[in-house]
Design a protein around this ligand. Structure first.
Ligand code: SAM
Ligand code: SF4
Length: 323
């Protein structure tokens, strides 16, 4: 469906859990309080909400977290989600720690693509950023995912100037490496803003023949470049220095069942209240969910306010929102 600014809203990010097996310093550092388990949506509730979202025109789903693969139902959920009428693609964003061991069943479940978050390929820096992670587990998983024939992308929050080691993936594999500007949400507020234009400049120094790639690589806001001889592209997701709100196509469902219409603001609607309402018949529930989603989309703000951070109302952590 179209929102009140004429944008086609067809994509939802669904956070399956706020739990994670890493502790990235800008997302969920050590000591963060977790949401009580009973507040997190159950598998069936997620499917009911996805069904209602599909009825109002959502066709693409990204499963996220926390770390979606720490949730045991994740792979079954992908299979079930793919059966929901109207849902065309189901993809996953993961830190990659558990990816290799689950690859086969992810493939069997019909996953349409996997984004792996990898901010650096340097083992020491990776350990520091992720609170103790082993980068070789993730880089192995990325190679295995490509070998399994799954469309695989790397997402990097570029905290460091060094990105050549990440670019090696785009050189050697058909993997798009995308740089994401850090957003002032949750612990992200404690870090200086990153600027993708500077990253492009640095890359250009080593690869002067890098050029814009006008082709579409997915459903998101990334702007792509090609380096001659590279198998994958280099992408930039520049929420701050390349505001793309005019073409925003998405909403977000938090692990607690709250539908958010913009990262920047708390505004949205509590779908858990509806999906858990025992006084409603199944049909009433389906209608109420669809109506609540439709109304929320019509209230979706025109643009984020990261350039004027006093107006940011979102207080939750990225790990419960899903990035
Ligand atoms: N654990 C999974 C992962 O790391 O891909 C899924 C959840 S994680 C919250 C999703 C994405 O959000 C990751 O790529 C992460 O780097 C990104 N992220 C977390 N905090 C962020 C922030 N403040 N600004 C920009 N991206 C952020
Ligand atoms: Fe976990 Fe992903 Fe957040 Fe890192 S970015 S702490 S992997 S949820």
């Amino acid at each position: 469906m179209k929102d009140s600014y004429g944008r086609e809203i067809n994509y939802i990010r669904i956070s399956l859990t706020d739990r994670c097996n890493l502790r990235c310093i800008y997302c969920m550092p050590e000591g963060v309080e977790l949401v009580p388990r009973e507040e997190i949506l159950r598998e069936q509730e997620i499917l009911e909400i996805a069904g209602a979202a599909a009825r109002v025109g959502i066709s693409h789903v990204k499963l996220t977290g926390g770390e979606p693969l720490v949730r045991r139902c994740c792979r079954r959920l992908i299979r079930e989600m793919k059966q929901v009428p109207g849902i065309e693609t189901v993809t996953l964003t993961t830190n990659g720690v558990l990816l290799k061991e689950h690859l086969e069943s992810l493939k069997e479940s019909g996953i349409d693509g996997i984004n792996v978050s990898l901010d650096t390929a340097d083992p020491d820096l990776y350990r520091k950023i992720t609170g103790g992670g082993d980068v070789s587990v993730v880089t192995d998983a990325i190679r295995a995912s490509v070998d399994a024939g799954i469309r695989t992308k790397i997402n990097a929050v570029a905290l460091s100037e060094e990105n050549e080691t990440l670019l090696e993936f785009a050189r050697d594999y058909p993997v798009d490496v995308r740089f994401i500007e850090i957003m002032p949400i949750g612990y992200g507020t404690r870090f200086p803003q990153t600027d993708n234009r500077k990253i492009l400049e640095t890359i250009r120094k080593n690869h002067p023949d890098i050029e814009k790639d006008p082709s579409k690589h997915g459903f998101g806001p990334a702007v792509y470049y090609q380096i001659p001889g590279f198998k994958g592209a280099v992408g930039f997701i520049s929420a701050i220095h390349g505001k793309f709100c005019g073409s925003c196509n998405r909403v977000r469902l938090t692990s607690m069942g709250y539908l958010k219409t913009c990262l920047c603001y708390e505004d949205g609607t509590d779908l858990r209240k509806i999906v858990r309402d025992e006084n409603l018949t199944q049909q009433e529930k389906e209608e109420r969910l669809a109506e609540a989603i439709r109304e929320a989309i019509l209230r979706k703000p025109e643009a984020h306010c990261f350039d004027d951070p006093v107006d940011i109302t979102e207080k939750h952590l990225m790990a419960s929102i899903g990035g």
